[in-house]
Ligand binder design. Sequence first.
Ligand code: LLP
Length: 431
Amino acid sequence: WSATAHKRDGDLVVGGVAVADLVAEHNTPAYVLDEDDFRARARAFRDGFADYDVYYAGKAFLCTAVAAWVAEEGLHLDVCSDGELTVALRAGVEPARIGYHGNNKTYPELRRAVVAGVGRIVVDSFAEVERLAQIAAELGAAQGVMIRVTAGVEAHTHEYIATAHEDQKFGFSITSGDAFEAVRRVHDAPGLELRGLHSHIGSQIFDSSGFEIAAKRVLRLHARVGAELGVVMPEMDLGGGFGIAYTTQDDPTDPARLAREMTEIVRQECRGLGIEAPRLSIEPGRAIVGPSMCTVYTVGTVKPVTLDGGAVRTYVSVDGGMSDNIRTALYDADYSCTLAGRASTAPPVLARVVGKHCEAGDIVVRDEFLPGDVVPGDLLAVPGTGAYCRSMASNYNHALRLPVIAVRDGAARILLRRETVDDLLATDVGA
Ligand code: LLP
């Protein structure tokens, strides 16, 4: 839950606003974003990692207001598409403080980024180095470049979101020599300004040992570049991926502690290598926005189902589902939920919260004990839905994507409005 969330006589209150009142005005389903909580988490990273540049990873969740908050709180911004870049620029984020990612950036996309003055572009293939060098030459630019490398670390996380082992699409392999070759080519390109190496080992990571192995490998390459090419790269990025607590079983990341650990790892390794530490940066997304948002649904049906062995599971259908939170279906992610609009003293029953889409995998919360008197019309709130829920939302079954409503000091403000059927029809050219 976000920091301001609490129950008042059964009513969930976030940012000083009773969720039931919010629903009366804005309806469900809806995402509720606790602005103070988001800003506090952003500041915790900024202050914890005081000697670093902290790039908020916009892929977790981005809209114009959030990009502006990120800038106001003194963070940089990581984007990975033309769309995200457009939002960042629209919000007035200083282009020099934007980093641009992606494993297949097109010529027009790269050109727009260079023209906009994006501070650093993270290159991911030789084709891209060539493309970018050509663009920079054409425009007479001096484009800051980071090189995404594969540190060969498999973070202990879900297979689909581990990105630093060798057999995947991102980065230049250190072991094959591609990473060194990429450094050489970027260094040799007149319009490209080599800033440093970039490594991102995965997401929802709790164990800092993955970062440690990756940092050591990347620093060794960094040192080798210094020794063999005589090039001292000023920066290094260690990526994002810091875990949050989705359920009470997880321990959330403490930015200050993590910063101390990572800084110490880098300091020791640099001492061993006899080099000066580069300026470090990180890219947290989930750990900032994840806990700041919850999703509020209305219960539509309640259906007890008798399982083999006689136990009963109550299927509680809500008015959203995998179109607003694909993470349960896609990653087997664990969520929890609570009755949000009233108090109940009914004994709890084992429930599964499901959506309204046409498939059995459309599960929002796999297992939760909910009061046994939950009925259609009740409100349920699912915490921890700030990261990769709205940003991965779909229009499956022609569902309308949900609004994002920011709450702060007792006031609510719509950041993204609810989609309408007209929004959907706007792309359908007709028969
Ligand atoms: N930097 C890079 C280069 C990344 O690829 C990512 C995430 C991040 C930073 C931010 O990672 P975070 O701190 O948010 O974990 N859709 C998946 C997560 C995919 C992450 C993709 N890259 C999920 O819902 O868990």
